[in-house]
Design a protein around this ligand. Structure first.
Ligand code: SF4
Length: 425
């Protein structure tokens, strides 16, 4: 059996492709140019990595590339900031394309995620991103998944072109509020970022509408139809979870956005925020859960429960917090409740709620063991449920809470990341 190649070996081969225009095995490649000498360094800014994207469909293995870790801006929280001493690298568009096609040919990935620092004017950086996309889509006829992080301040025509060629585009908003953003990123303006987001959104919404009307998808010109994403650094600014969720839900309302990413702030060595406390990862997790409730469970934004300081409770997940604040809504009877009521029960997700509704048409639900078969987490749900008018578990809800850990999932996945906040989100 041939030995499975380690990721670091793969990356060395891929980086050697960056230096080589000629066809041939990597060992004949010329040495890397000085600007790429440190590109294979491990650590928080490792510029290449392979990761599996799990969406609603089949998982896709993505090659994620940081085009450059050089940046002309000086955001206080960011390891790539201008004033921080670190080794910088920059891939030219044709080098990035060679690396990706090399990985694709070897079957190491199926799609691409490109993000970048901003070492020059936004228009120049965006021109380079467009060059990458045009080479892949037009010259090499690549019709697979490409996600591109947009650069705030790019021109309208550039944003339209890049979104037309990408499967998904995303925008780093960083903070929910312009004033607080300027405190940690003095050269950034939230208004400029929002203009870029709106320009891309128009393209995405129009292309989605055309697909719904029957236009077949052209993988080489997908028009961002996978939906946009946006990213917030949580805890770098004093913005509360209520403020962040308010911004997120108002942006969702305009359409074209698939989901938000939340990155708990972590202090980075040799930055002005080195001494600032890290945000609890559990806070990031709670925001994902609250976002999930709004996007998937049908909760209205104003139903999300916050503490007096405007943050989500850390001790209980947002669905349990809502359930505890609304005792009048429980118990929910599994023999008659609608799907919409069932998914509001802690421990019942969309799949198990659907199973309950389907199964009770065919057979009689007898108790907790049947519900367990349908995927209900019965030690969480039991105290909130009844069956034909009889409570399924005679415990008080407050006692019920002791039966699960605060970090338990409510549908959303929690990711542990190796990168600086937001680099690859
Ligand atoms: S957050 Fe982005 S713009 Fe700001 S310093 Fe980092 S890479 Fe540059």
């Amino acid at each position: 059996m041939p030995r499975e190649m380690q990721l670091t070996e793969k990356l060395e081969i891929l980086m050697s492709l960056a230096a080589e225009d000629r066809e041939g095995p990597p060992e004949t490649a010329r040495p890397l140019p000085p600007r790429l000498r440190y590109a294979a360094d491990a650590g928080a800014l490792r510029p290449l990595n392979i990761r599996v994207l799990r969406g609603s469909g089949r998982p896709i293995k993505l090659l994620r590339i940081l085009m450059t870790n050089a940046c002309a801006l000086n955001c206080h929280y960011c390891p790539m900031r201008r004033d921080r001493a670190m080794r910088r690298t920059l891939l030219k568009p044709e080098e990035l394309v060679r690396i990706f096609l090399g990985a694709l040919r070897r079957g190491w990935c199926e799609g691409l995620f490109i993000t970048t620092g901003i070492p020059a004017r936004p228009e120049k950086v965006t021109d380079d991103l467009i060059a990458v996309l045009e080479m892949l889509r037009v010259r090499h006829q690549f019709a697979g998944y490409i996600h591109v992080k947009l650069v705030p301040g790019a021109e309208q025509a550039q944003v339209e072109r890049i979104t037309a060629l990408a499967t998904r585009v995303s925008v780093n908003l960083e903070a929910a509020c312009g004033d607080t953003l300027e405190r940690v990123a003095p050269e950034k303006q939230l208004a400029t970022t929002l203009v870029t987001l709106e320009r891309a959104r128009q393209v995405v919404v129009a292309n989605r509408a055309e697909e719904r009307a029957g236009r077949p998808r052209d993988g080489r010109q997908p028009g961002g139809v996978a939906g946009m994403t946006m990213q917030f650094v949580v805890g770098a600014t004093p913005d509360s979870d209520r403020t962040i969720m308010g911004r997120v839900t108002s942006l969702y309302a305009g359409g074209g956005i698939h989901h938000a990413h939340f990155s708990a702030f972590r202090p980075i060595r040799d930055t002005p925020m080195e001494g600032a406390p890290a945000a609890p990862v559990l806070r990031e997790h709670r925001l994902y859960q609250a976002d999930w409730l709004v996007r998937t469970y049908g909760f209205a934004p104003n139903e999300v429960v916050y503490e007096d300081n405007g943050n989500l409770p850390l001790a209980v997940d947002p669905k349990a917090a809502w359930a505890l604040a609304h005792p009048e809504s429980f118990p929910v009877d599994v023999s008659s409740a609608s799907y919409e009521h069932l998914i509001r029960v802690p421990g019942v997700g969309p799949r198990s709620a659907r199973r309950i509704v389907d199964e009770r048409r065919r057979s009689v639900i007898r108790g907790l063991s049947d519900l367990r078969q349908f995927g209900v987490v019965t030690n969480r749900a039991g105290g909130f449920l009844s069956l034909r008018g009889r409570r399924l578990q005679p415990v008080r809800w407050t006692q019920q809470l002791a039966l699960w850990r605060p970090e338990d999932e409510v549908g959303a996945r929690h990711e542990v990341y190796d990168f600086s906040p937001g680099t690859f989100r």
